[in-house]
Every structure is written in C-alpha cells, then in structure tokens.
Design a protein around this ligand. Structure first.
Ligand code: THU
Length: 134
C-alpha cells in the first residue's frame, strides 16, 4: 500500500483514542485526505439522546469543510475492534457530496486493512451534479 495511505490509516488510528462512545463502546476514527493535501480527522461522538450520535467520518469531513476544503481524495476509517469497519449509509451519502470516486481505507485492531473506493461502496449515488442540471 502507498505510504500516504499508510499514514492516513495511522492518523485515523490515533484519532479513535479520543472517540466518545460511552454507549456503544464502538470507537471509530477517521482521517480525510483532501485534494489540497490537507488531512482532517474526526471521531464518533455519541449522545445520551442516542439519535444525535455523529459518525467519525462525518466529523472528519466537517472539519475539512470548515477550513475551506471541498474535494476528498481518500478517507481512512479505523477501529480498535477485530472486524474491519464499514461506513454507514449516511456517511456514504455525505462522502458522495465531495467525491464520486475517493479511495476508502478500512483498518481494524488486528493490523489488517482493506482498500476500496466510493464507486464500489456507493454505486449510482445521488450527488450535487443532479441539481446543477435543473
Ligand atoms: N459509527 C461510526 O462512527 N462510523 C461508522 O462507519 C459506523 C458507525 C459509530 C456510530 C456510533 O457511535 C457507533 O459507531 C455504533 O454505531
């Protein structure tokens, strides 16, 4: 795997240490590589009102949007648990807003990883260009 992706996974793994997941105990860290070369990270943030939980992926994306980033090249999603993670449907839709084909890296706590992409995980997705053709 390319060095830049190994580094991105490492950043997602460092991030999950700060995950706030007292209810599920399922910690997730995410690191987004933007087309500028900037990297932003996020963790899942749960809430006593369960439905207000925000995933690590969307928090990592929001951090970049807030500093002016708009195009995602890659995202790493890391968990300390034994199964490889999988981004939820809502996060796949939010990724689609800022990319059609970004690289997606998944890493578990057993030092295993998988490389895939948004085209595979979110085929025929609805995105911003649909609204530009009105
Ligand atoms: N979670 C994420 O942060 N990302 C995912 O891709 C899947 C789910 C979080 C939300 C919640 O805090 C916990 O995992 C259990 O659903």
């Amino acid at each position: 795997m390319e060095e830049k992706y190994i580094e991105l996974i490492h950043k997602a793994q460092l991030a999950y240490e700060n995950a706030y997941a007292p209810y599920s105990n399922y910690k997730v860290g995410a690191a987004v590589l933007w087309d500028s070369g900037a990297i932003t990270t996020g963790v899942n943030m749960e809430n006593a009102s369960y439905g207000l939980t925000v995933c690590a992926e969307r928090n990592a994306i929001a951090a970049g949007i807030g500093t002016g980033e708009r195009k995602i090249d890659a995202i790493a999603i890391a968990v300390p648990s034994e199964d490889l993670p999988a981004p939820c449907g809502a996060c796949r839709q939010v990724l689609r807003e800022f990319s059609t084909d970004c690289t997606i890296l998944l890493a578990n706590g057993k030092r295993e990883s998988k490389i895939t992409d948004l085209k595979k995980l979110f085929p025929y997705g609805f995105g911003p260009e649909f609204l530009k053709k009105l």
